[in-house]
Design a binder for this molecule. Sequence first.
Ligand SMILES: NC(=O)c1ccc[n+]([C@@H]2O[C@H](COP(=O)([O-])OP(=O)(O)OC[C@H]3O[C@@H](n4cnc5c(N)ncnc54)[C@H](OP(=O)(O)O)[C@@H]3O)[C@@H](O)[C@H]2O)c1
Length: 292
Amino acid sequence: MKRLSVVTGATAGIGYEVMVQLLDQGVSVIAVGRNIDKLNRIKEQFKEEINTQKLTLIQGDLSYHQGCMDVSNKIIEVINQFGGTLDLLIHVAGIVKSGYSENRDHQELTFATNHLSVYLLTGKLYGFLKKSIDPRILIVSSLSHYRAWFDKTNLQSKRCYNVLRGYQRSKLYNVLFSYRFHRMDKDIKIYAIDPGVVKTEIGDKNTKGLALFVWKIRKKSGVDAKLPAQQMVQIALDEKYIKDNGGYMKNGESVKSSRITYQIKKQDYLWKESEKLTNFVYPFDEVSIEKS
Ligand SMILES: NC(=O)c1ccc[n+]([C@@H]2O[C@H](COP(=O)([O-])OP(=O)(O)OC[C@H]3O[C@@H](n4cnc5c(N)ncnc54)[C@H](OP(=O)(O)O)[C@@H]3O)[C@@H](O)[C@H]2O)c1
């Protein structure tokens, strides 16, 4: 079966390895990255795949609203050239950031990049996934979500921001998003992925002081990005994972996520806030608005 996928964060770490392994499996990839130099290196490395349209590169910034809209519009253009169906959507892009910063929409940067982009991009591509006979969405969360707590009054950690709190919460939101999506649509399979500790550059890019020091130590015990990528590609393609639809996946197994993630009110609260912040309503929510 010919399949078309979208992979965000494809210029480095886990996302890059997912892109490579999907191509190896004969899946066409629309790869999203923000850094032109890195995209040019991929272009050079995968000349043949690009010439044969197995790989399409899209440049864009997922940290703010218009950036996400531009990326999704570019992706939609490519999907339409392929016949209008998307089979796999794999959200890998993410950041860890020391010091409070905002994007141009005045949203906390980690929240916007790691969570809001997932909400908006999935929503914009929803109709194309619905046309696939076996659509699947994977979202890379993290074991750090177990340490996060949910504060309705401070969703974006605008108060008392610190690097760990901001990151842990964004990864908690990845799971809450995934579970709420699953409650509303069981046909598109969705998986929150816990890749464990992985030897990538994520913690070296935007952290300093103690956070950078701790990351450098933790990273030493991390696995190569090829390993979680391999597990993710299996979850994306293998029939045996259909039964795990809606699950939190670690080492290829569905395991329990944190207690908070199963709380319907918290799932719904985050979803409603994301709807307001992105000004985007999912088709399944339009139906429930009409009914109420
Ligand atoms: N490494 C770990 O131990 C670990 C553990 C648990 C979960 N995770 C999660 O795994 C995912 C991938 O992380 P990684 O470790 O592979 O890190 P990475 O090597 O830094 O990769 C992150 C990717 O996201 C891209 N990205 C960041 N901000 C972006 C933006 N605004 N717009 C578009 N793309 C953007 C990066 O682009 P650039 O190449 O331009 O930086 C890079 O391609 C993240 O969601 C992270 O939270 C990682």
